[in-house]
Structures are given as structure tokens and as C-alpha cells.
Design a binder for this molecule. Sequence first.
Ligand code: ARG
Length: 462
Amino acid sequence: MAQLWGGRFTKATDKLVFDFNASISFDKILFSQDIEGSIAHAVMLEKQGILTLEEKDAIVKGLAGIREDVESGRLPIDESQEDIHSFVEAVLIERIGEAGKKLHTGRSRNDQIALDMRLYARAHVLQTDSLLKELLTVLLSVMEENTETCMPGFTHLQKAQPVTLAHHFGAYFEMFKRDRLRLKDIYHRMNYCPLGAGALAGTTYPLDRNYTASMLGFEGPTLNSMDSVSDRDYLIEFLSALATIMMHLSRFSEEIILWNSNEYRFIELDDSYSTGSSIMPQKKNPDIAELVRGKTGRVYGALMSLLTTMKGIPLAYNKDMQEDKEVAFDAISTVETCTELFTGMIKTMKFNKETMEESAAKGFANATDAADYLVNKGVPFRDAHGIIGRLVLYCIDKNTSIDALGMEELKAVSDKFEPDIYDAVSLKTCVEKRLTLGAPGPKRMQEVIRMHKEYLEEDWKS
Ligand code: ARG
């Protein structure tokens, strides 16, 4: 196969070496970014008097035709080329002749790939963001409908205090909202154009880098040509944000798996989002949640892989950097697929609200409220804690709950108990009284939900 750089060589590349070095099998995914960047470059070259109008027109038309033909499948990507840049240039020269050979004026594959990857990452930051926004919209609709649905809140996976379903989902709302904020930050930091950096030291042609940067929708050009071709920080930041998204999805998946289990039965996954067993006919498995949890590992792996690849690379471009592609492409598509599937799973699942409420009523989730009751009757908190502790022990022994005890049994532990204790430790009261900002009390929750709604109406991209 003819290479772009064959002139200086007298011997053909060894076949194994060629295959080892080539990137077309995975960078072909960048063909439309490659063409977009090349069109901007050609338009700028003409504006600067480096190409004639006819040459520029032929190049732009040729590139647009290649894009169309690849997209429609008429032009298969020839994998015997070294990389996507070589493929596009070869087809262009084949189609338009001499003018095609001028496209690479004032450009190197180093700034070309730096641009392609940035365009790709930038588009997927936006795509990930909009998938997260859909997830948040679904979470918010569950929250709106469930500000009064009581369920146990857990610490150490032990029932701790009563919360609501809205509140529990609200915690995940915060996580995915932070994920979106991270993406927004990254977007703005990455949105500078490396095109025109050349191989590493710029070029002697009078390129207008501001012009190409603005044509390609960047906030401006990058300011150091060596950094431009060897910076992969933006990808590392993106992978780090993706790893965090997966960590959140994985925690949520873990809860869905628990809640869907025979023991909890808090939810039931829709048939369309569950799978069966080949041997056990009764099974309805949460495979999607398990896979999301499982795929978290490979996204973390991508981040560690790129961090490690970059750590010993001297300035400027080195071929090691080609290793950013496969891991990044895999992590990006993994997170997008997981987010989309996860949203569908939440949207279609059924909540067994009665089971949640029964579970909250059992297991002494109201013990803190019983202690608070005594505090309001003048008992110091530390003493109240001890009294309720003894009461819980008594209940365990009798296999009953605090609210089911008779007045006499309560009085036997503390004479401060009055009949109003029953209302104070009822599930409804326990939740309603939790009115600090951020707490599950339905009135407070509704305020927070209003804030979330306003937040979802804003759009940071515009
Ligand atoms: N395939 C290369 C990469 O992904 C493109 C840049 C090639 N540059 C070079 N000097 N060989 O990094």
C-alpha cells in the first residue's frame, strides 16, 4: 500500500509493521470529522491566497462527495490504507487530481488528528449531556408522583429513618446533575481549535487560525502548537466524567437489583427490560442493571489506560497517542448506551408502593422520631436514646413495633409517653416533619422539585 510518506523510503514496510502501525480499523469512525476539518482548512487556504478559487471549489466538492458516498455505503472505507486521513486524501486525489494534492498544505496529520478527536469528543460531550437530561426528566417525573410514597432510608443497608421515593430518587438527580455540570465545564475547556499547529511548530504559510477555529464552532484557536498536537487532557477529563457517570449508574443499578429481588419487591422491572433463565422458568432477571454495573469497569479502565499512556510522553506528538482512540470510542459508546437503556428501564418499571411503605413501617425506622418525641417532653437526647433503645429491644422480643405497643407498655419505659406518641411515630408524621431544606418532608421536596424543573428548562449549549 502506498503511504503518504513513501518518498524517503527505499524498502516497503514489513506487513506486520504496517498492520501494527495502522489505525484505520478504528479511526475510520472519524471520517466525517476528518472531512469537516479538511473543508475548513481548504476554505481558509483559499481566503489566504494559498489555493485558487477553482482548487478550493474542487477540493470542497470532492470532500463533500466522499462524505456522501461513505455515508450512503457507496464508498467503502479501504482498510488497506494506514489511517482515515490517508484514505480521504487518496480518494480525493483519485477523484479530482492535482488540486487534491494541495489540501495538505500547511497541515500535518498531527494537528489533523488532534482536531478530528476534539470534534468527535465535543459532539459526544453534547450527546452524553442530552442523554443525561432525558434521564433527569424521567427521574423528576417519578419524584413528582411520589413525594408522599414512604420507604425506608438505609445506612449500612439497615433500615435507618423513613424517607420517600421522591427523596431517594432525588439523591440520584443531584448526582446526574453534577455530571452534566462537569460535562459543561469540560466542553468549554476543550473547545479550542488545534488546526494550524502543523506537526508541532506551526507553519510558514500565512494561515488564519482564528478563521478555521470559528468556522468549526470553536471559541478560538489553541495558543501553543506543541501543546496543541500533544494535548489529550480534554479526553482524560471526558473519560473521568464518563467514569463518574458510570459510578452513579452502577450504584443506582445495584439498588434496582436489590429492590427487584424477591426479598425486597420494592419494584418490578418491565418484561421488556428483563431476561429469563434457560433452566429456571420462574426467573425474571435484572440483566440490564447488572450489565450497566458490570460495564463500569471498562470505562474506569479506559481512563486509567489513557492516563498511563500519557504519563511518560515527551513533547510533542508521539505515536503512543494513537492509543487514545479505541479506549475512548469504547467508553463513549458504552456510557451512551448504558444511559439510554437505564432511562428506559426506569421509565417502564413499576413501583410497589405498598411494599415500600410496609417495609418502612417495620424495622424501627421511626426510632429516632420516638427519641425526638421524648426530647420535646424535656428528656435530654442521650437519655431518650437509651430509653428508645430499650423499647426497641422489648419490641424485638415481642415481635412488634413501637407504634403497636399499648400505653401501659410505653409508660413502663418512660412516664413521659402520652397518647400523642402514636401520631408522632406514625410513618406519615415522621416524614412530614422532616422539613429542613434537602430533607424528605413532602413540602420541602416540592420546593426542590420546582427548582429542578427550572433547571431542566435551561439549556447551556445555546
Ligand atoms: N493515527 C495517528 C493517531 O491516531 C494519527 C497521527 C499520525 N501522525 C504521525 N505522525 N504518524 O495518533
